[in-house]
Design a protein around this ligand. Structure first.
Ligand code: GDP
Ligand code: MG
Length: 370
């Protein structure tokens, strides 16, 4: 519901909260400074003070961010976005490092890599794959809990000498809940105790049926350490991507998702954004979560400054006014006024939710303490 606290209402009218409370008393409403007022009461107060009130609802503000859908003719193929999951020590980080080294572009540039939370590999045939560089279930579920659909394909890493373990099963259930297709990477095939068949058989018990067992899940034998099977894995990913028919319109204002964000000394807030639609350009004004900004610089996963980023491309964005959260949306808007309006609105909503949560826990404490 679109309520507003007495304090917030006072702030927005640039009046003293005490005067607002006095005014409410005159209207027969006994209120405290943190009390929430319904829109009708708020309107009465605003009129008493001689201000005009423009009611902006949740839907109005959020609606302004929704741009019309693209037509089929505008859509072109985009790279798949891949998240690597699996049991601890089965080789997620090693595999991500090994895959990164298969990038032909960074090979040419001297192999300088920046860890910005995601990277893109360009293969010899110029096909591209985007990897989310923060392996693990936490990042995946955190983003999903914020409603962000980032991952197209999950690579499930299972060590061939250890087979299916608790976090393997957990990863399977995450992927299934998100309805994201899986590819199994049977890792550590260089080890003496490696047994790919055992992995495939044990996966059956968790309803992951690989092709060799008559199912439709691709399984690829790899060794992150020996650099074995990496191209096979990438080809499996591209095949799956083809089945998914992943497309986006690059010729529109950009939107995407924040993959990672932090405050950096000397640079201020920076965020790694995965562009999902449109083309993100220097100078663009955007809203992200409850923050907004203007793109001052875009830096790619090689640490190179770029002028723009197309769908599937992760870029580090400079020029934010605050630090958003992983999983927040990132939407380019037409004006600074619009950006401010949406970010103000979202900040206010967050404050209200925090106030409500504090009130709730204060009440709970009252009832539990003795
Ligand atoms: P994570 O916890 O899933 O990220 O696993 P790591 O990538 O940190 O790997 C855990 C350990 O397994 C490290 O000691 C790696 O060197 C080792 N490791 C990873 N991949 C391979 C592999 O393909 N072969 C062998 N022999 N060891 C590997
Ligand atoms: Mg790791």
């Amino acid at each position: 519901p679109d309520t507003i606290t007495v304090q917030e209402l006072a702030n927005r009218m640039a009046e003293r909260a005490a005067d607002v409370i006095k005014c409410l008393m005159g209207l027969g409403v006994m209120a405290t400074i943190n009390q929430s007022l319904d829109p009708d009461t708020a309107q009465l107060v605003v009129e008493e003070f001689g201000h005009n009130m423009k009611r902006v609802s949740d839907a109005d503000v959020e609606e302004a961010l929704v741009v019309a859908d693209d037509t089929d003719e505008q859509l072109i193929s985009r790279p798949p976005v891949v998240t690597v999951m699996g049991h601890v020590d089965h080789g997620k980080t090693s595999l991500l490092d090994a895959l990164r080294k298969t990038d032909v572009v960074s090979g040419e540039a001297g192999g300088i890599t920046q860890h910005i939370g995601a990277y893109q590999v360009t293969m010899a045939n110029s096909a591209k794959i985007t990897f989310i560089d923060t392996p693990g279930h936490a990042a995946f579920t955190e983003m999903r809990s914020r409603g962000a659909q980032v991952t197209d394909i999950v690579v499930l890493v299972v060590a061939a000498d250890d087979s299916v373990m608790p976090q393997t099963i957990e990863a399977i259930s995450h992927a299934k809940a998100a309805e994201v297709p899986m590819i199994v990477a049977i890792n550590k095939m260089d080890k003496p105790g490696a047994d790919a068949n055992r992995v495939k058989t044990e996966l059956l018990q968790h309803e992951v049926v690989v092709e060799e067992m008559g199912g439709d899940v691709q399984a690829v034998e790899v060794s992150a350490k020996a650099g074995m099977g990496l191209t096979d894995l990438e080809e499996a990913i591209l095949l799956q991507a083809e089945v998914l028919d992943l497309k986006a319109n690059p010729n529109r204002v950009a939107d995407g998702v924040v993959v990672e964000a932090r405050m950096e000394k000397g640079r201020g807030p920076v965020a790694t954004v995965l562009v999902q639609r449109g083309t993100l350009k220097t100078g663009d004004i955007f809203v992200t979560g409850a923050e907004w900004g203007r793109v001052r610089a875009l830096i790619d996963d090689h640490g190179t400054r770029v002028q723009e980023a197309i769908p599937g491309m992760p870029v580090e964005v400079n020029g934010l006014n605050g630090v958003p959260s992983a999983g927040d949306d990132f939407v380019v808007v037409e004006s600074e006024a619009k950006a401010r309006e949406v970010s103000d609105f979202r900040q206010r909503r967050i404050r209200e939710q925090q106030a409500a949560a504090m009130k709730k826990s204060a009440l709970e404490n009252m009832f539990t303490s003795n």
